[in-house]
Ligand binder design. Structure first.
Ligand SMILES: Nc1ncnc2c1ncn2[C@@H]1O[C@H](COP(=O)(O)OP(=O)(O)O)[C@@H](O)[C@H]1O
Ligand SMILES: [Mg+2]
Length: 368
């Protein structure tokens, strides 16, 4: 027998009878499934039931084909592993759940030889979605901070000489006798002011927040009214509000600006027949910016447009990254900075042919 093939004491009957073993399995965070040599599922732990959102009673005895009819990977991998002599590790496999959701998982397939010499396959599934979301957030935060720091440096370098140019143009204006030349000084002053405003806008998130107790739904309604006023075309905006959401303690203006930037993008990404959905939910025990929050709000702005173009997807939250000929590329970066400065985060996800921009904001009391 090949050394890599594990000799193991786990027999069919033993698995079902050994209470200690089963209880340990049920305490594991990793989903563990065991298939017999005919590829029938003979054991699944609680994490497995949770991950696959199915009960033990329903799933025991099923084949990979019955469990994952649309997922060739599992059907093939388990079939191969029955006769394999080494462990197979697969990262980032997509797994369809019974509720039509797709999640990313890492899996390990271990062929086992049981005491009675029958071959088994142990399948471990690790849901990487939640883990990688936290990692992605941390990466994003580091990158965002670097982008913000360099932006501030650039802004400073531009604003100083700009003040000098404007001042000199004003002095010149006073000394000029030729009225025709005044036109040019006006342009210099006007353009200096425009550039200064542009730079200040890039750094809006650095302005001091003034927090108050506000309803997120009131903010959304206000933003929707601005969006309707801005757009002459018909917009299909559907709302799915969680009425139990408590008020949040945030800066009203900054939150309006962040939601407005996301909703504007959704409008720009959709055509007449497309739909934009706005959904609110309360989340419990959620980690945002590396901090565990007892309560948070989740605000999804979902559209069924094409999503961020792939060539700019990774950098879309950075300043000056745009997919629109007329865009400034500042909307997402400003929205992210505004939300982060209030302890929250904005995530982007493309799933089931929809574009999701999700704002997570901690629900804090006045004195927190
Ligand atoms: N809901 C969306 N659907 C598709 N693409 C989007 C969406 N939101 C943002 N984008 C893409 O991200 C880019 C950056 O957005 P943003 O930072 O707001 O800058 P701008 O809107 O000025 O281009 C957009 O140009 C667009 O290509
Ligand atoms: Mg925009």
């Amino acid at each position: 027998m090949n050394n890599a093939l594990k000799q193991c004491n786990i027999g069919h009957t033993m698995i079902e009878k050994d209470a200690t073993y089963l209880s340990i399995m049920d305490h594991l965070a990793t989903a563990v499934l065991l298939f017999d040599e005919n590829q029938h599922l003979i054991s699944i732990n609680s994490a497995g039931e949770n991950l696959l959102t199915v009960s033990k009673q329903r799933i025991i005895g099923m084949t990979p084909h019955q469990i994952w009819p649309a997922n060739l990977f599992f059907i093939e991998a388990i079939k191969k592993s029955i006769n394999a002599d080494s462990v197979h590790i697969q990262r980032g496999t997509e797994l369809n759940l019974t509720n039509n959701q797709t999640i990313k998982i890492d899996c390990i397939l271990t062929p086992i030889l049981s005491k009675n010499k029958s071959r088994l396959v142990l399948l471990e599934l690790l849901n990487t979605n939640s883990f990688s979301r936290v990692m992605e957030e941390l990466n994003q935060q580091t990158l965002q901070k670097a982008a913000k720091d360099s932006l501030q440096g650039i802004a400073h370098e531009i604003k100083n000489p700009l003040g000098g140019i404007r001042g000199a143009a004003q002095l010149m204006e006073r000394k000029l006798n030729d009225k025709n030349l005044l036109e040019y000084t006006k342009i210099i002053i006007g353009e200096s002011d425009r550039l200064r405003n542009f730079i200040d806008r890039m750094l809006t998130a650095n302005t001091h927040s003034i927090r108050s107790d506000i309803s997120i739904h009131e903010i959304i309604e206000y933003v929707i009214s601005i969006i309707h006023a801005e757009n002459s075309r018909k917009l299909n905006i559907t709302k799915d509000y969680d009425p139990s959401i408590p008020n949040i303690y945030v800066d009203r203006e900054q939150t309006i600006q962040a939601v407005l930037n996301l909703l504007r993008n959704a409008v720009q990404a959709t055509k007449d027949k497309d739909t934009i959905s706005i959904k609110t939910r309360v989340l419990r025990q959620v980690t945002i910016q590396n901090k565990l929050n007892r309560l948070a709000i989740q605000l999804d702005i979902i559209d069924d447009g094409p999503g961020i173009p792939s060539e700019i997807e990774t950098g879309a939250f950075f300043p000056m990254v745009t997919g629109n000929a007329e865009g400034t590329g500042l909307g997402l970066s400003i929205a992210q900075q505004l939300v982060q400065s209030q302890g929250g985060v904005i995530n982007y996800e493309r799933k089931n042919k929809n574009t999701y921009f999700t704002i997570l904001l901690p629900i804090r009391k006045f004195n927190e």
